[in-house]
Each structure stands twice: as C-alpha cells, then as structure tokens.
Design a protein around this ligand. Structure first.
Ligand SMILES: *[C@@H]1O[C@H](CO)[C@@H](O)[C@H](O)[C@H]1NC(C)=O
Ligand SMILES: *[C@@H]1O[C@H](CO)[C@@H](O)[C@H](O)[C@H]1NC(C)=O
Ligand SMILES: *[C@@H]1O[C@H](CO)[C@@H](O)[C@H](O)[C@H]1NC(C)=O
Ligand SMILES: *[C@@H]1O[C@H](CO)[C@@H](O)[C@H](O)[C@H]1NC(C)=O
Ligand SMILES: *[C@@H]1O[C@H](CO)[C@@H](O)[C@H](O)[C@H]1NC(C)=O
Length: 547
C-alpha cells in the first residue's frame, strides 16, 4: 500500500498534455527560469502583511514537476514561531472541494450498495427524516449537484450553526426552520447544504467523514498533514517538531492588538469548512486537478470533470474576469487573461486560505494565513500575474481593490441606520416599555438563543444618523456557541432597532448589519424580537422571549 502511494506520487506531465490535447512544450516560460520568490516579490509580501495586518502566511506553488514553498511572518505572535510551508491552518471553505470529491466516490463506486447513487440522487431519498425544508418541492428535488453547486435557493443562514453548538445532524434538521428562496433561480452560497451532503455521505457509508477523507483521498495522495479533526492536527504538531499549528487572529482596531482566537471557538468539522492542512500538502490536491488522468488519482477523471464544469453562473464581482465566473462542485471557475482558472477560498475563525490553479499551464498555488484580511488574495493575484508575465500596465492591482472593498464595507456599516431604514428621518418615538423590560433571553428554533442586556460598554463604533438617547442593547449567545459573535442593537424609533453583528472585536470582512423589531403584547410585556438573522433576506426571523 505504501509503495503504491509512493509510486503514485510521481507526477505525470504527459497525461496532462493528452487530456488537454496540447502540444508537448508548455506555452509560457519553461520552469527552469521560473523563480516565484524573487527579492521584489518578497518585499511585496512583507509590505502586504504589514499593511493588511496579517501575522503570517504560507505559500506553496506547483508548476510541472516543481514545487516552490515558503513561509512568511509568524504562526504565533507570542511564541514568535515562524510560519513554514508545513504550518497547519484551518482551511475553511476549501473543505468543500473534499466534500464534493468524497461524494464522487459514491457516485462512481461499483459497490452494489452504492450503485443507485448518482450526482442526480436526491438528498431526501438518502436522509429522508433529516432533510426537510420549508418548501416541499425543494425538499423532494434537491440533488447532490444542487447542494454542491449552491443552487438550492437556500441562503447562508450561518447564524444557525455558529450561534450554538449543533451537531452535523442537528444542523441539517434545522433547515426546516429556515426560509429558502426559489430553487435553482440564482447562485446562493450555502454552507449548510455542504453540511447536509457530508451528513448524507456519513449516513450512507456508516463511516465518519474524517475516516473517509483520510482513506479515500488524503492517504492515496500522500497528504499526511491534512485532517478533519483539530485533535488529529494537534497530535501531529505535538509529535513532529517540523509541524506546528498556527494560531488564528482577529485584529482589534481599537486596542491595535491581534487577539488570538481560542480553539474552543472552532465549530466541529462539517463538510462546509473545518479541514486543517498545510500549504505544502495542498499542492498534492492541486496536482490531482492539474493531472486528471493520472492513473494513481483516487478520484476518477469523470469526477474531476464534474467538479470543474460549470453548474451555476456566479454574478460578476470586482475581480477581473474575461468570461463568466462559475461554480462547479465545491470549486469555483473563472477566466483570467484567456486562461481558465479553478480554485476556492476559505475563511474560518481567524484563518484564511486561497487556492487556485491554471489547468492549461500546469500551475497552481495554495496560500494560507492566520488573520481575516485580503492579504492571501492580494499575494495570489501578484503570483498569477508574475507567472503569466502580465505586462506591467495590465496587472491586476488587488491591493487597491482590497483598500476600496474595506472602505466601502466600513462606509456601509457606518450608514447602516439610513440603509436599513431610509424612511426613519422624522421624530424618534420612544419604545413602549422601559429598556429593562427588553432584557432577557430570546429563542429561535434554528438560530438558537440570544441574551439581550443593556450595554454598559461604550460602543466604539458607528455613530451614524440620529444619536438615540437610549444606550444600546448588547446581544450575546445565551448558550455554548462558536465564533464569539455579538450583536449591538441601537434604537431607531418605537419598537424598531438596528443591529450590528460583530465577530470577536469586529472584523470588516465578517461584520454585518440587521434590522430588528420588538413586539409588545396586549398584556404589556415584550413577546419577542423579529431579527433579520439572514442578511440576504428582508424578512425578520421570530425570536420568542423565553426569559
Ligand atoms: C516530470 O517528472 C516525470 C517523472 O520523473 C518525467 O517523466 C517528466 O519528464 C517530468 N516532466 C517535466 C516537464 O520535467
Ligand atoms: C467501475 O466499473 C467501470 C465499468 O466496469 C470501470 O470502468 C470503473 O473503473 C470502475 N470504477 C471503480 C472505481 O472501480
Ligand atoms: C480602524 O480605526 C481607524 C481609526 O483609528 C479607522 O480610520 C479605520 O477605518 C479603522 N479600520 C477598520 C478596519 O475598522
Ligand atoms: C500596455 O502596453 C502595451 C505596450 O505598450 C500596449 O500594447 C497595451 O495596449 C497596453 N495596455 C493597456 C491596457 O493600456
Ligand atoms: C469575544 O470577543 C470579545 C471582543 O473582542 C472579547 O472581549 C471576548 O474575550 C471574546 N470571548 C471569547 C470567548 O473569545
């Protein structure tokens, strides 16, 4: 078994050429003169880490038979542990590509137990009791392809799994309390559907995803430093001096300090996010897609094709695209300067990962960092332009875009009151009851519980619009939860409020704003809170006051 995997690790460039029908020489520079980590590039990375407040970052590039890898900055600020290409990071939503690959093992399996399973299999037929949506048609028709390409119509509803500690099965069973939109009408990114697929795979096989991913994918590819469980990653770091686990950080813009994210804040693994790996290990994953017909690959060429084929167009973004962005299965595709690119980004609890490859040029890169910032993406675009030898006047300046995106988001949060309530320009009406009456615990069957109390903290942030005389109400998760989220509710008028959600000390990438409205009953008591728990939807979810 071991010998087999070692042999299989030798890349097969020729296989790539036959797959693509390309002439045998590579179209751009040969890899003899490809030097990704030039002095100029290193200065660029250092400047990017410092401007975008990112403690550390690991890069691994694969081109043909060559791998280039390097770490920058710190994996842990307190211990000054440097980042290396073998530093472990949470890789967030890049997990989705592994979930899709695991599903492909069932789809292309010849085992009699699985012969009926195809990409068109309906989740309801495999996990009937658990998979129930508000919409009966959607319940009965969502397939693996729908779930894995974000076309189920279900919005994110992320609050439902981060504001509590539901198991994977409970997360799936909560879908019935979460409003969907029209199925297959638009691309709608939804983590919970990947959780549903991973739950389906575990039910069908009777085996934990951690085991399946290891046996089906990571071991055959020689990815020995990739895990589904934090404990396994920490065990490796413990016994191997060359591997350490990076600490994720959130930057507190008021104290100007990087706040470490405790591991207890990391949700248990699910098929949407939660894989841990190293930049170097990810090159083995990328190579599989660069060489899809390699006979040693643990997933079939048909599976790779299904994963990297467009199933759903993605609306235009601020990134330069000379084609249409699309979503395959757990992977995203695009076209840059005439070349198709495939990849995915990931972000979870102070960690971010970007992976991208250019199949036609046999080139790909994985970048992992321990902060919420756009540094990894900035570095990725620079590497891509360097590799493509883009003329200086045509390179994509992601740093400028990142500055703009940050300014736009901060502006949007600053203007939240006006944006959420454009008509609230008249006199401010006081709430019906004294503020103390609104304190207490509010519960929703999927979004879990929030405890509201009158905030004693001075609110550093937004001062937009009319300054209410009332102090804010601070909402914190009422029970065990992940991701340390909070909501600061500010009075607008009458029973209308608006809330700013924060992740930890606040992060411009993760923070958001929501409408909120209390309901006072005929008995003169607060009955509950309508909260725009899913920012993509206008409707308010009903949180009943239970304490
Ligand atoms: C890559 O390595 C394989 C196996 O060692 C070799 O056959 C092939 O020629 C190499 N390809 C390139 C482009 O160097
Ligand atoms: C399943 O059977 C088909 C047809 O016999 C074969 O081509 C394919 O390689 C088999 N797949 C696996 C995973 O063994
Ligand atoms: C951080 O605080 C400064 C003021 O000290 C402000 O100008 C800047 O916009 C803030 N940045 C973020 C990301 O909140
Ligand atoms: C960049 O410069 C080249 C050579 O001078 C020119 O042909 C090209 O049109 C320029 N591109 C842009 C976007 O201005
Ligand atoms: C949650 O975030 C707040 C704001 O940064 C911080 O004061 C608090 O210690 C954090 N709690 C945990 C458990 O990380």
């Amino acid at each position: 078994m071991l010998l087999f995997s070692l042999l299989c690790l030798i890349p097969k460039i020729l296989a790539l050429q036959s797959w693509l029908g390309l002439p045998s020489q590579l179209p751009l520079q040969s890899h003899h003169d490809y030097v990704p980590f030039s002095d100029d590039f290193e200065r660029f990375v250092d400047a990017t880490l410092s401007e975008f407040l990112t403690p550390g970052l690991a890069i691994a590039i694969v081109h043909g038979n060559s791998t280039f890898a390097k770490g920058y900055g710190l994996a842990n600020i307190a211990s000054k542990e440097p980042v290396t290409p073998r530093t472990l990071f949470f890789t967030g939503s890049t997990t989705k590509s592994f979930t899709a690959a695991a599903a492909s093992k069932l789809v292309y399996s010849n085992e009699t137990a699985h012969t009926k399973i195809s990409w068109q299999s309906k989740l309801v037929d495999l996990i009937r009791d658990d998979f129930v949506l508000e919409d009966e048609y959607a319940t009965n028709h969502i397939t693996f392809i729908d779930a894995l390409s974000h076309r189920t119509g279900m919005p994110r509803h992320d609050l439902s799994w981060i504001n509590g500690d539901p198991t994977v099965r409970e997360q799936v069973r909560q879908l019935r309390y979460l409003p969907p939109r029209e199925m297959r009408s638009q691309w709608e990114y939804c983590n919970l559907m990947f959780t549903a697929v991973s739950h389906t795979i575990e039910i069908v096989t009777g085996t934990a995803m951690a085991t399946l991913l290891r046996e089906w994918i990571w071991e055959p590819l020689g990815m020995h430093e990739t895990f589904y469980d934090l404990a396994d990653a920490l065990a490796l770091a413990e016994k191997n001096d060359e591997v350490s686990m990076a600490t994720g950080y959130l930057y507190d813009n008021y104290t100007k300090v990087h706040v470490p994210v405790p591991f207890s804040d990391i949700p248990p693994s699910n098929g949407a996010g939660g894989v841990l790996s190293t930049a170097l290990d990810y090159t083995k994953w990328i190579k599989l897609f660069l060489h899809p017909t390699n006979s040693c690959n643990p997933i079939t060429p048909a599976a790779i094709k299904a994963m990297t084929t467009a199933h759903m167009p993605i609306p235009a973004s601020s990134r330069p695209v000379t084609g249409t962005d699309f979503y395959g299965l757990g992977l995203q595709g695009s076209v840059y300067r005439g070349y198709e690119t495939i990849g995915h980004d990931g972000a979870i609890n102070g960690y971010m990962t970007s992976m991208l490859w250019v199949p036609k040029l046999d080139w790909g890169v994985a970048i992992m960092q321990n902060a919420y910032s756009l540094a990894a993406e900035i570095v990725l675009w620079r590497l891509l332009d360097d590799f493509l030898q883009t003329p200086d006047n045509e390179t994509f300046d992601m740093s400028s875009i990142a500055r703009q995106e940050q300014a736009t988001k901060l502006q949007r949060l600053e203007n939240a009151r006006q944006t959420l309530y454009p008509d609230a320009n008249g006199d401010v009406v006081a709430p019906a009851l004294p503020l103390q009456a609104y304190e207490g615990v509010y519960h929703h069957p999927a979004y879990q519980s929030l405890r509201l109390s009158i905030s004693e903290q001075p609110d550093h942030a937004e001062t937009s619009g009319i300054n209410s005389a009332l102090p804010p109400l601070l909402g914190l998760p009422a029970a065990k939860n992940y991701m340390n989220i909070s909501i600061t509710l500010k009075h607008v008028s009458g029973e209308y409020w608006w809330g700013r959600t924060r992740y930890g000390p606040g992060s411009f990438l993760a923070d958001d704003m929501k409408k909120a409205k209390f309901e006072v009953g005929v008995d003169g008591k607060v009955k509950g809170l309508g909260l725009q728990a899913e920012p993509a939807m206008d409707e308010l979810a009903w949180f009943e006051k239970v304490e």
